[in-house]
Ligand binder design. Structure first.
Ligand code: PMP
Length: 458
C-alpha cells in the first residue's frame, strides 16, 4: 500500500519527506522547502511559478553549452534509439566513447592520450587515486601511499577524494581526512599577506610543498592534486606561474601531478583546458561537468603515456581491477561529442568574449561598499563581500549569509552560487549574450544595494 494521502502529494511535501539533497542542511532544507525548476533555454531557467531567471552559475558550473541545444538532444536520442548501452568489459565497445576518447586525446595537453570514462567528477578523482596507487605498486614502490593537496581545494565527495578536498564540512563527522592525506596552504591572493608580490606567494608555496615532501619523505609521496583555479573554495585564482612551479617541484621528486579540471575544462577559463593557460602537462587530469554540459552524467580521467604504460605493463595479462557498469556510457559519449562540436563551432570563442565582459563588469562593482574582492578568469568569477573593506572582515557566517544572499539574488531574477563565507560565484553558460552578462552584473549590484540595507549582514 502507498504511504501517501492525496493531501501530502504536493511536490514540495514529497521533496521534504523523501528527497535527500546534496551538500545541504537537511533540517534547514526541510524548513525552507524546494524551489522546483521546470524548463530552461540558453542561459535562462524557469521555475514552477513561471519566473524566468538568468542562470549565472550554469547549474553547478556544468551547463557550459547552455540549455536546450537541439543538436545535443538529437545526438542523445539517436544514440538511445540505436544502442543505449554497451559495456566496455569483455573487449566490447561502442563507437561514440571510442571517438570521444580519441577527440579528447587529440586536444589534451602533451601526451595525455589515454582516457578512462567515469560518471562524474568525484569518481574521476577516486579513479585517479586508484590508478596512482596501482602505478606505484607496478613500479615496486607500494610505500608511495601519501597524497598532498591544497587547502580550500575541492576534489569531490567520494570516500577517498573527500579527504583530498580541504573544506571542513566534507571532513567533520566523516572521520576524514584519511591517514596519508596532507595539505599545503592555498595561494588565496585576497587574504594572503604576501599577495602584493606574486613571486613571494609562489616562493612560499614552493617552500611549503618542499618542506611537506621532506617531512613525509619524498620516497613515500604518491601524488599532488591541484585545481588550476580553486572552485568550491571560493574561486581562488593562483598567481601566474604558481601551478608551473608546483609542477616542477613534483617532477623533481618523481611525484605524480594530478590536475583536477572538473570545473576549469571545456572553455570555462577560455581554452578547452585551463592547463593550456599555465603551459603545463600533468601526469593525470580529471574532467567532468562541461564534458557533457550537464545534459547527462559523465567524467573522465586522462592519463599520460608513461602512466598508462606502467599500469598496463604492471598488470600484464591480468585485468586491472577497476571499472564501473557505466564506464564509457554510449549516450553520455554521444552527448560529449556533440557538445565538443558546439564548443569548437563558436561557443569557446563566444565564451572568451563574454568572459572578458563578465570580468570587466564585475570589476566595476569594486566601488561598492560591500565588495572586498572581485576575481576570476574567463567565465569563472567571484565577488567577495566584506563588512569592512580595510580589515577584510567576512560577512558573519552565523547569519546564514549564503541562503540570504542566494534568495535575494533569486528575487532579482539571477541564479548565482552564494558561498557560506559571503562570496558570490559565477560560471555562466558560454552561450550568454552581452545583454545577459550585463544583466548578471546589474542584478548583482541591486542585490548588493539591498544587502547594504540589511542590518544583520552589515
Ligand atoms: N573536482 C572538482 C574540482 C570539482 O569542482 C568537483 C565538483 N564541483 C568535483 C571534483 C566532483 O565532481 P562531481 O560533483 O561531478 O562528482
Amino acid at each position: 500500500m502507498l504511504k501517501h494521502t492525496p493531501l501530502a502529494n504536493s511536490l514540495s511535501e514529497l521533496d521534504r519527506r523523501h528527497l535527500v539533497h546534496p551538500v545541504s542542511s537537511y533540517r534547514g532544507h526541510e524548513a525552507r522547502g524546494v524551489r522546483v525548476l521546470t524548463s530552461a533555454k540558453g542561459a535562462t531557467v524557469t521555475d514552477a511559478e513561471g519566473r524566468e531567471l538568468i542562470d549565472g552559475f550554469a547549474g553547478l558550473w556544468c551547463v557550459n553549452a547552455g540549455y536546450g541545444q537541439e543538436s545535443v538532444i538529437e545526438a542523445a536520442t539517436r544514440q538511445m534509439r540505436e544502442l543505449p548501452y554497451a559495456t566496455g568489459y569483455f573487449d566490447l565497445g561502442a563507437e561514440a566513447p571510442i571517438r570521444l576518447a580519441a577527440a579528447l586525446a587529440d586536444r589534451a595537453p602533451g601526451d595525455l592520450n589515454h582516457v578512462y570514462f567515469t560518471l562524474g567528477g568525484s569518481d574521476a578523482v577516486d579513479s585517479t587515486i586508484r590508478f596512482v596507487r596501482y602505478y606505484w605498486h607496478a613500479q615496486g614502490q607500494p610505500q608511495r601511499d601519501q597524497f598532498i593537496s591544497v587547502a580550500s581545494g575541492y576534489h569531490g565527495s567520494s570516500s577517498m577524494g573527500a579527504g583530498l578536498t580541504a573544506l571542513p564540512i566534507f571532513h567533520e563527522g566523516f572521520g576524514l581526512p584519511h591517514e596519508g592525506q596532507h595539505k599545503i596552504a592555498s595561494h588565496d591572493l585576497y587574504r594572503n599577506p604576501l599577495a602584493d608580490d606574486p613571486q613571494a606567494v609562489i616562493d612560499a608555496s614552493v617552500a611549503e610543498l618542499r618542506a611537506k615532501i621532506e617531512t613525509i619523505g619524498a620516497e613515500r609521496v604518491a601524488a599532488f592534486y591541484v585545481e588550476p583555479i580553486q572552485g568550491s573554495g571560493g574561486v581562488l585564482v593562483p598567481p601566474p606561474g604558481w601551478i608551473k612551479a608546483m609542477r616542477e617541484v613534483c617532477t623533481e621528486h618523481g611525484i605524480l601531478f594530478v590536475a583536477d579540471e572538473v570545473i576549469t575544462a571545456f572553455g570555462r577559463t577560455g581554452p578547452l583546458f585551463a592547463c593550456e593557460d599555465e603551459g603545463i602537462v600533468p601526469d593525470l587530469m580529471t574532467v567532468a561537468k562541461g564534458l557533457t554540459s550537464g545534459y547527462v552524467p559523465m567524467g573522465a580521467v586522462l592519463m599520460s603515456d608513461a602512466v598508462y604504460d606502467v599500469i598496463a605493463d604492471g598488470a600484464g595479462a591480468k585485468a586491472v581491477g577497476h571499472g564501473f557498469t557505466y564506464s564509457a556510457h554510449p549516450v553520455s559519449a554521444a552527448v560529449g561529442l556533440e557538445v565538443l562540436a558546439l564548443y569548437e563551432g563558436g561557443l569557446l570563442e563566444n565564451g572568451r568574449a563574454m568572459g572578458a565582459r563578465l570580468q570587466a563588469g564585475l570589476q566595476g562593482l569594486m566601488d561598492h561598499p560591500l565588495v572586498g574582492d572581485v576575481r576570476g578568469r574567463g567565465m569563472l568569477a567571484a565577488v567577495e563581500l566584506v563588512t569592512d573593506k580595510v580589515a577584510k572582515t567576512p560577512v558573519p557566517a552565523s547569519l546564514n549569509a549564503a541562503t540570504r544572499l542566494f534568495d535575494r539574488a533569486w528575487d532579482q531574477g539571477l541564479v548565482v552560487r552564494a558561498f557560506p563565507q559571503g562570496v558570490f560565484g559565477y560560471a555562466p553558460p558560454l552561450c550568454c549574450t552581452a545583454a545577459e552578462i550585463d544583466a548578471i552584473v546589474d542584478r548583482t549590484r541591486k542585490v548588493l544595494d539591498l544587502t547594504l540595507e540589511d542590518p544583520e549582514i552589515r
